[in-house]
Design a protein around this ligand. Structure first.
Ligand SMILES: [Zn+2]
Length: 82
C-alpha cells in the first residue's frame, strides 16, 4: 500500500513486546531517528531508532515518554541536580 512502508532508516517495532502499553490500538509500527534539542543545555541531539526500540520494548518505557535531555543532562537530572 503506498504510504504504508516504513521510511528509510526506520527500525521495525516488535509489537508483541509492546503489550505493556495501554493504548487503543495505536502502537508504533516502526521507529525512526528522533531529533530534539536538549531542554537543559540546548544541545542538538538524536534519539536513534535503535535506542527507542530498546527503550520501549526492552526497558518497557511508556510510549508517551520521549527524550528531552542529552545524556549528560539526563544523568544530572536523575541525580537530582536540577
Ligand atoms: Zn543537555
Amino acid at each position: 500500500m503506498p504510504g504504508d512502508e516504513p521510511p528509510a532508516g526506520a527500525v521495525l517495532a516488535d509489537r508483541s513486546k509492546l503489550s505493556h502499553i495501554n493504548t487503543y490500538g495505536d502502537l508504533p509500527r516502526w521507529y525512526k531517528d528522533y531529533h530534539f534539542i536538549c531542554i537543559d543545555c540546548g544541545a542538538s541531539q538524536t534519539w536513534t531508532a535503535e535506542q527507542q526500540k530498546w527503550y520501549y520494548e526492552e526497558a518497557k518505557g511508556h510510549i508517551w515518554a520521549v527524550a528531552v535531555r542529552c545524556r549528560p543532562c539526563r544523568k544530572l537530572h536523575k541525580a537530582g541536580g536540577k
